[in-house]
Design a protein around this ligand. Sequence first.
Ligand SMILES: [Zn+2]
Ligand SMILES: [Zn+2]
Length: 169
Amino acid sequence: MKILLTDNRNKNRSFDIEEVFQFSDVDAELDAKVVANFLLSQQTEDLYFLTGNLKATVATGCDRCGKKVEFDVDQNFRYQIRLEDEPQMVSEYNCTEDDSEVLYLSDPVVETSEILSEQLLLSLPAHHFCDEACKGLCDRCGVNLNEKQCKCRETNENSPFAVLKQLQK
Ligand SMILES: [Zn+2]
Ligand SMILES: [Zn+2]
C-alpha cells in the first residue's frame, strides 16, 4: 500500500494494513501474515511522524531439523519522515532524541510494504527451534535425531571393531 503524504486534509491519519510476506532470501523460507496499523501525523510541511504496530504469525523451518515452526511477533515502530534528500553527513542527523528511525524521501510516498518487511525482519528471533531440546539432523547420515537414533555417533571409527562392523554389512 502506498501512502501519499501530500494528500493531507487531516494532520493525523491512521491506516490498517493486512499483508502476507514471503521471504526466501533469509536462512530459511519464511511466511508471515501481518496485521499492522500506522498512525501518520504531520508536524511541519516536510516533517511527519509515523508510529505503528505490527503483529505477525510467522511460519518457517526449525534451524536444527527443518520441521515447520510457527511463532508470533509483536513489534512497535516509530519513524521520522523527512521530505528531503538524505544528508551526506548521515551520522549527525540520524541520531534523534527518541531513537526513532529517520526516513528520507525525495518523493512524498511511503511504501508500507517496505516498512513492514524491514520491521518484520528486525523482530525475528535469532533462532527458531521446533523445541528448545531439538536434536537436529545427524550431520553424517541426515536422519532426524528427534525421531530416530542412527548408528553414526555410537561407532568409533578408529576401533578395529568398527571396521569389522563395516565389513559385515
Ligand atoms: Zn527442530
Ligand atoms: Zn547418522
